[in-house]
Ligand binder design. Structure first.
Ligand SMILES: Cc1cc2nc3c(=O)[nH]c(=O)nc-3n(C[C@H](O)[C@H](O)[C@H](O)COP(=O)(O)OP(=O)(O)OC[C@H]3O[C@@H](n4cnc5c(N)ncnc54)[C@H](O)[C@@H]3O)c2cc1C
Length: 404
């Protein structure tokens, strides 16, 4: 008989786990997926492209309803898990029903962090995490709307770009001295700032938000320096918070995320966590590739195979049309590493590769990102680059031609 496996969360990590289980252990588990969002799992990464009007919302669904049905998986979407009893092995849902489990996986992702300032709950102060957020932003913004985006990370820039494409007049406010400081060095960030400004977006760096002002809804953003920016809509993109409260209430070890070991197991028997809600070796990843890698390892283990998760290399691509930015690994260069840099300001191209102990450990590409995948593969495989180091910066084609 199939063992009941309950997955809480119907996002990207859950979908990947189900895909792996369907491939390697179809029928071994009776799988039920519980998801708060009232729709099939979708590619959240593409929400920015949906907001920018580059991809229709209907195109981002990961798998049609028939895929789940044909594999005997039960989807309970539009239903939140509200409690877990690890002793009784049940998950309670928002409609009061209880699902029994033999194995349980938390794949609850994260939610957008709110700014702890006055006015943060005013109508018109929005976040950008799911389809509903993207739809609300798109409904609110139109030509002439004055929009302020708080947060100059990947998500904030993509939200600003999406808003600008609707014809809104957008100001991007960022606390730090450069955009995407967690992915880019100063030089690449300066190039990015110019490109973002060229899209008609005003960028304010080293600028802190004091509060949101408005009566019925937001009307302005007051900055700590005292200035006020008029705003019909504000999008706050200042980070995420793992959805770990239910796990904590169930007595599982939770720091920032749900603590898991190299088997993706929590400290409760037969209870696992993957994706953005999980904390592995002190790290909560905020990207889809680590979630996929975790899903793969967990699926292997649930199929009875040996597998271990050792952590992931962070790698990101910005999704702003015409602005090609890639960053991975140790992009700043820790002590003991060496940086190889190539720049052509005329072409708007910048490359920085970080080498440590004869291996590629980090990369920033601006302008031409065609070799991003190759550099990432070199980082992941940890292959020695000594034999083609002199050509490394010029990309795969040259390095491989010289090596042949
Ligand atoms: C606009 C945007 C752009 C992004 N761009 C990139 C990118 O370019 N590259 C990249 O690597 N990553 C990107 N990300 C991040 C990426 O989408 C996430 O890392 C990925 O979705 C994580 O997968 P997950 O399954 O852990 O979480 P999610 O995909 O968030 O799924 C979690 C699901 O669990 C549900 N849930 C939560 N609590 C409960 C509960 N109690 N009961 C039932 N269901 C629950 C949530 O509603 C959600 O549907 C982007 C994210 C956003 C929002």
């Amino acid at each position: 008989m199939s063992e009941p496996l309950v997955i809480i969360g119907n996002g990207m990590a859950a979908a990947r786990l189900c895909e792996e289980l369907a491939q390697h252990a179809l029928g071994r588990y009776a799988i039920a997926v519980v998801g708060t969002e009232p729709q099939l799992a979708y590619n959240r990464v593409l929400l920015s492209s949906v907001l920018a009007g580059d991809v229709p919302a209907s195109d981002i669904v990961l798998k049609p309803a028939s895929w789940w049905r044909d594999r005997g998986m039960t989807l309970r979407y539009g239903a939140a898990a509200t409690a877990v009893d690890v002793e009784a092995r049940t998950v309670t849902l928002s409609d009061g029903k209880a699902l029994p489990f033999a194995k349980l996986v938390f794949a609850t992702g994260s939610r957008a962090a709110r700014l702890p300032v006055a006015g943060a709950d005013l109508p018109g102060v929005l976040t950008f995490r799911d389809v509903a957020d993207a739809a609300l932003i798109a409904r609110t913004a139109r030509a002439g709307t004055r929009a302020v985006v708080v947060g100059g990370g990947l998500l904030g820039i993509e939200a600003a770009y999406g808003l600008a494409k609707t014809g809104a007049k957008v100001t991007l406010v960022h606390l730090m001295d450069r955009l995407m400081e967690r992915q880019l060095d100063a030089r690449a960030a300066a190039m990015l700032k110019r490109a973002v400004e060229a899209k008609g977006i005003d960028v304010l760096l080293e600028t802190a938000t004091a509060r949101f002002v408005g009566k019925e809804r937001v009307e302005a953003v007051e900055l700590k320096e005292g200035r006020c920016l008029t705003a019909d809509i504000v999008v706050v993109a200042v980070g995420v918070k793992p959805n770990a409260e239910i796990a904590a209430a169930a007595g599982l070890a939770v720091n920032r995320g749900i603590v898991v070991d190299d088997r993706l197991a929590t400290d409760a028997a037969d209870v696992f966590a993957i994706g953005e809600c999980a904390e592995h070796r002190g790290v909560c990843y905020g990207l889809v590739e680590p979630a996929n890698e975790q899903a793969q390892v967990l699926a292997a283990r649930l199929c009875g195979r040996e597998a271990r998760y050792d952590g992931s290399i962070n790698a990101t691509n910005l999704k702003v049309s015409g602005v090609h930015v890639f960053s991975a690994g140790d992009f700043l260069g820790a002590p003991g590493t060496e940086s190889i840099v190539f720049a052509d300001p005329g072409l708007g191209t910048y490359r920085k590769l970080v080498v440590g102990e004869g291996r590629l450990v980090g990369a920033v590409l601006y302008g031409d990102t065609a070799d991003a995948r190759w550099y990432l593969d070199l980082m992941r495989s940890g292959v020695a680059i000594g034999s083609f180091r002199e050509d490394l910066i010029f990309g795969r084609a040259l390095a491989e031609r010289q090596a042949a």
